[in-house]
Design a binder for this molecule. Structure first.
Ligand SMILES: [Zn+2]
Length: 305
């Protein structure tokens, strides 16, 4: 989707990254991601994320309009989505990104994030039969997960990997002498032609998904949403079984039971974040033995399931 639209944008952006890849090995471009505390490399700047996401989002909205899908046509839901987004973005690691959410009135059960802040929510998410969310805290859990993908910069990280692979292949094949301007552009174009396909609906790795769940749980708690909503969604999904897995794109994510278990393990720590943010635990919550003490030097960035 939108491959052609993003090619020219991506092409301009990747030049720095390309040069990096051409002059020194990708391994030496690797850095510690400040958000995930994981060694990785990303050939894009944060500003690239914003530009790329904006272009893709605009193109996507245009396509949806052409397909006759109504957009942002429910003021109550749109206002709620915007408030949730604002509160969570404020406590995220990159609060100043231009976060924006668009509601599409079509019965797909999903939400998605482009790089840099643009997000989309499909109305099927609210569907009482096949949907995922039943209250505001659950909606906040979904949005926090998407905002976490944006903060962890999973899309451009993945693009960087794809380009690294493909570049390496091409460089070996064509040799250094062909770096004339036109040839180089041709090579870059070939490289980024895969870009569009992975931008909106990237097949995030399991590691990406757990990272977004973990960071999302932290963000929603700090924003004052009850973090118990996050494991509750996934427990319901696995308890209700196949009916849902057929229906939504979240089925490409790790198994719902594993997500529930990973989130549930983190819950007591998240409840401490929530209590710190709001001044108290929810009235129906009692911390498990050892808490809050165990949470004192818990490192959200370095925790791995
Ligand atoms: Zn995800």
């Amino acid at each position: 989707m939108n491959a052609l639209t993003v090619v020219s944008v991506a092409r301009n952006m990747v030049v720095t990254g390309i040069l990096c890849a051409m002059t020194i090995s990708l391994a030496s471009c690797a850095t510690m991601d400040p958000i995930t505390a994981r060694r990785t490399y990303n050939l894009y700047t944060l500003q690239d994320d914003v530009e790329l996401g904006r272009q893709v989002s605009e193109a996507n909205i245009e396509e949806m309009k052409k397909a006759g899908v109504r957009i942002n046509d429910d003021p109550v839901r749109v206002a709620q989505l915007r408030e949730i987004t604002e509160r969570i973005a404020y406590v995220s690691d990159y609060p100043d990104l231009p976060y924006e959410v668009t509601l599409f009135h079509t019965n797909i059960v999903n939400a998605a994030a482009a790089p840099g802040g643009a997000m989309m929510v499909f109305e099927g998410l609210y569907d009482p039969e096949i949907g995922l969310v039943r209250d505001e805290d659950e909606l906040a859990a979904v949005m926090a997960h998407e905002i976490a993908h944006i903060n962890a910069r999973h899309v451009t990280e993945r693009l960087s990997r794809l380009m690294g692979l493909q570049l390496a292949t091409e460089l070996i094949a064509i040799g250094v002498e062909s770096r004339r301007e036109d040839t180089q552009l041709g090579d870059i174009l070939r490289t980024v032609s895969v870009v569009g396909a992975v931008l909106w609906m990237p097949s995030y790795s399991r590691q990406n998904e757990y990272e977004a769940d973990r960071l999302g749980l932290l963000y929603m708690a700090r924003a004052g949403y009850d973090p118990r909503a996050a494991p509750r969604i996934w427990r319901r999904v696995y308890e209700e079984g196949d009916r849902r897995d057929r229906a939504h794109i979240f089925s490409t994510h790790p198994a719902s039971r594993e997500r529930y278990e990973a989130l549930n393990e983190l819950l007591p720590y998240a409840m401490e974040e929530y209590a710190r943010a709001t001044g108290s635990y929810p009235p129906d919550y009692t911390p498990p033995p050892g808490f809050p003490e165990k949470a004192h030097d818990f490192d959200w960035r370095r925790h791995r399931p």
